[in-house]
Write a protein that binds this ligand. Structure first.
Ligand code: HDE
Length: 724
């Protein structure tokens, strides 16, 4: 009997059940039902299924053939069923989002763990232990809806919280800063990043002239450039990314007093990314890598979880801070202002229908409940216009809030009426206020106590189109980010810049970008110039000199904030007929115990027969399950199996890619011929651990806890800096 590897479920929370399929016998019955004269299959209500109807509810007798005059005659216009079916199909698509088109969503809840009642009257932050329903959509920015998941890009991290006093949308990213300081530049940024308008390529890539031309003329983007050239833009999973509200917001108490706040989502699984060469291959092997990961994890009961943290500060702190808290190209380092954890976000339910939920969800930064308010960040002001405006284009009606995914889960009552597809229609005579129809039929009234009030900020000054003085330092925090990275992370930033700029055709654009790097870190600039075979240019003219000694911040490194355990990580186990059954059992038990997952890769998807005669189904055939899909691999063939794998190109790629991507590799006792033929025997290092028997399992998994064996890349890569 074939065993399917199974996983223990997380305690206390019930995973979604797999849909029940009819037994095979039922298929047999329905398929045995009348065949049409042309041999087409008719499945009828006799199988117990509900009747197929038109959109108007009329039962349909034949859904296989259009209405014709005579057996070979013309199709008749009268066929309303045909016309209605095709009409609806023709209109299935809605415009994709102008940015963040590719995304994936899930339901869950936010639970408050630390009350903020003394700081804000926002209902969601009052009662510890209370849960608020949530919907989260993760996304890439530049690519179209059908683009691949692991392109180098910022990830959107948009959270809709259905609070009891209205929906609150924290429409954030997995990077805490942004490219530009003023919303008026957003269309230019996005045009420059998207495929070039004459040729319509490259898709979902920033590695082209227009992007780097714009960026190299926009020094305020330099801090963001450091982040997007880091491995933050190739995350291992949505589950291993941070999220950030980016802007400074306000929390308001019942008296209208304000506290500034920045929002942070911190993943329970820690931070983890893939490497670039791996990302490129994942996009081919599984373009849905991130959405599949989220879907699988939630359905297995491994509910993704983030802590919500806040950085709280007052005007005095804001005025004392070196940078402007209204400038979205700046962070407040956690070492200066610690993040206070106040709750957790858990995703525990996949969508029932992708279109209805993930595609139609409409996030708007202007959706804030009483107690939350905006700051004067000029980027945020533009967003507050843009998100509402874009939903009309995308969803086609001002009534998009009537769609279940967008509808608040608290009472909604107002005098808005009519419009396309109105679902929530007021009853009674009064459709205006003030009115004198009395409390019962007069409709809703203002609530001066619970109602939303803006912070009464005093402002004055002339109307000007200017960029604030306090926004002028474009390099100091970019440098701080770079010096906060570990050597391997710094190397990846250099590699990414060389890769991207080598796709730029105009040498002057490459040089202009390197001139900005001179103001960030001269060694990085030199590395990139060397990688492009470019003479080092003069530093770019800077509005403010770079502060050289901002202290490094550990919070900015992925490697320093890696996974606390193997939980949620995936081992690929390469097996053949005759693989050691006892070793397989010991390894998979140990993985289960640590809440890690595994998938079996074998020459045929039908599986293998282990040494004790057990038949084991495989998840992948070798070229369908390349090692890029896994965090680490165990290569455990039998002696006969290893001899076969040694002449199989996908098997050799499996091990050489795992090696090149610095993965930990468990090496089975009989696997030498494969490593030999893959040309790796001489190279094997401490990241390649013997996995000959059950007693080796603990040491192998302990090593895997380090995520990647980075010394391997620093030692073998041609681009590696001697002093990295
Ligand atoms: Fe967006 N952005 N954005 N953005 N953004 C959109 O809204 C916009 C910005 C972000 O999963 C659009 O519904 C402007 C920063 C996410 O549905 C649009 C500016 C941050 C999502 C829009 C910005 C974001 C969007 C496109 C500069 C991080 C996906 C479709 C002023 C804090 C939400 C849509 C989802 C989507 C405008 C800058 C995050 C056009 C004008 C900064 C996560 O309204």
């Amino acid at each position: 009997m074939a065993k399917t590897p199974s996983k223990p479920k997380t305690k206390g929370e019930t995973p979604k059940k797999a849909p029940k399929l009819p037994p095979a016998s039922e298929f047999a019955t329905s398929f045995a039902e009348p065949q049409g004269q042309g041999g087409e299959t008719h499945q009828t209500v006799q199988s117990g299924a509900p009747a197929l109807t038109t959109a108007q509810g009329a039962p349909i007798a034949d859904d296989q053939n259009s209405l014709k005059q005579g057996a070979r005659g013309p199709t008749l216009l009268e066929d309303f069923h045909l016309r209605e079916k095709i009409f609806h199909f023709d209109h299935e698509r809605i415009p994709e989002r102008v940015v963040h088109a590719r995304g994936y969503g899930a339901h869950g809840f936010f639970e408050l763990t630390d009350s903020l009642a003394d700081i804000t009257r926002a209902d969601i932050f009052q009662r510890v232990g209370e849960r608020t329903p949530a919907f989260v959509r993760f996304s890439t920015v530049a690519g179209s809806k059908g683009s691949a998941d692991l392109v180098r890009d910022v990830r959107g991290f948009a959270v809709k919280l259905y609070t009891q006093e209205g929906n609150w949308d924290i429409v954030g990213n997995n990077i805490p800063v942004f490219f530009i300081q003023d919303a008026i530049k957003f269309p230019d940024l996005v045009h420059a990043a998207k495929p070039e308008p004459d040729r319509a390529f490259p898709q979902a890539q920033t590695a082209h002239d227009n992007f780097w031309d714009f960026i190299s003329l926009t020094p305020e983007s330099m801090h963001m450039i450091m982040w997007i050239m880091s491995d933050r833009t190739i995350p291992r999973s949505f589950r291993t990314m941070e999220g950030f509200g980016v802007h400074t917001f306000r929390l308001l108490d019942a008296e209208g007093r304000s506290t500034f706040v920045k929002f942070h989502w911190k993943p329970k699984l820690g931070l983890q990314s893939v490497v670039w060469n791996e990302a490129v291959k994942i996009n081919g092997a599984d373009p849905d890598f991130h959405r599949r990961d989220l879907w699988d994890a939630i359905n297995a009961g491994d509910f993704p979880e983030w802590e919500l943290g806040v950085q709280l500060f007052d005007d005095e702190f804001a005025n004392s801070f070196d940078f402007d808290v209204l400038d979205a190209t700046k962070i407040i380092p956690e070492e200066i202002l610690p993040v206070r954890v106040i709750g957790r976000l858990v995703l525990d339910r996949v969508v029932d229908n992708f279109f209805a939920e993930t595609e139609q969800v409409a996030f708007c930064t202007q959706n804030v409940p009483p107690g939350i308010d905006f700051s004067n960040d000029p980027l945020l002001a533009g967003r507050n216009f843009s998100y509402l405006d874009t939903q009309l284009k995308r969803l086609g009606s001002p009534n998009f809030t009537h769609i279940p995914i967008n509808a608040p889960k608290c009472p909604v009552s107002n005098f808005q009426q009519d419009g396309h597809m109105a679902m929530r229609n007021p009853v009674g005579r009064a459709n205006y206020e003030p009115n004198s129809w009395g409390a019962e039929i007069g409709g809703p009234r203002e609530d001066p106590v619970r109602g939303f009030r803006s912070f009464a900020e005093a402002t004055e000054g002339p109307k000007l189109r200017i960029r604030q003085e306090s926004f002028a330092d474009h390099y100091s925090q970019a440098r701080q980010f770079f010096v906060s990275q570990t050597p391997i992370e710094q190397k990846h930033i250099g590699d990414a810049l060389v890769f991207e700029l080598s796709k730029v055709e105009r040498v002057d654009i490459r040089a202009r970008l390197v001139s900005h790097l001179m103001n960030i870190d001269p060694v990085l600039a030199q590395t990139v110039a060397d990688g492009l075979a470019l003479d080092l240019p003069e530093p770019a003219v800077a509005a403010r000199p770079t502060i050289q000694d901002l202290p490094p911040s550990d919070a900015l490194s992925i490697v320093k904030n890696g996974p606390p355990s193997l939980e949620g990580r995936k081992l690929g186990i390469l097996l053949t007929d005759g693989s050691d059954a006892a070793l397989f059992t010991a390894l998979t038990k140990a993985l289960d115990a640590q809440n890690a997952v595994f998938e079996v890769v074998a020459p045929k998807v039908g599986g293998v027969t282990l040494s004790d005669g057990t038949a084991l189904a495989a998840k992948h055939k070798i070229d369908g399950g390349p090692s890029v899909l896994f965090d680490a691999v165990a290569v455990l063939p039998s002696a006969e199996g290893a001899a076969l794998l040694a002449i199989d190109k996908p098997a050799k790629d499996f091990v050489s890619d795992a090696f090149a991507h610095c993965k930990f590799i468990g090496i089975g006792a009989a696997s030498a011929p494969l490593f030999d033929k893959a040309g790796l025997t001489e190279e094997l290092d401490e990241g390649c651990l013997p996995l000959g028997s059950a007693k080796d399992v603990d040491a192998f998994l302990a090593a895997c806890g380090q995520v990647r064996h980075w010394p391997r890349e620093l030692a073998v890569d041609l681009d590696a800096q001697p002093d990295a």
